[in-house]
Design a protein around this ligand. Structure first.
Ligand SMILES: [Zn+2]
Length: 58
């Protein structure tokens, strides 16, 4: 089972979603843009906070 999380590259600032763990084991993550492994996990904005802004309108 895969767990996906949002990450941000500390090198180029690129944000992306990547597999965090697979079958309970951590997966090595690198930035798809610059291939750096200096990435940081972002906190998920679940619930009300995610419905703010023009991007919420579909
Ligand atoms: Zn990057």
């Amino acid at each position: 089972m895969e767990v996906r999380r949002k990450f941000r590259c500390m090198r180029c600032g690129h944000e992306f979603t990547a597999i965090h763990t697979k079958d309970g084991e951590p997966v090595e993550r690198t930035c798809p843009k610059c291939r750096s492994n200096s990435i940081r996990m972002l906190k998920e904005q679940a619930g009300k906070a995610a419905k703010k802004g023009p991007e919420a309108v579909r």
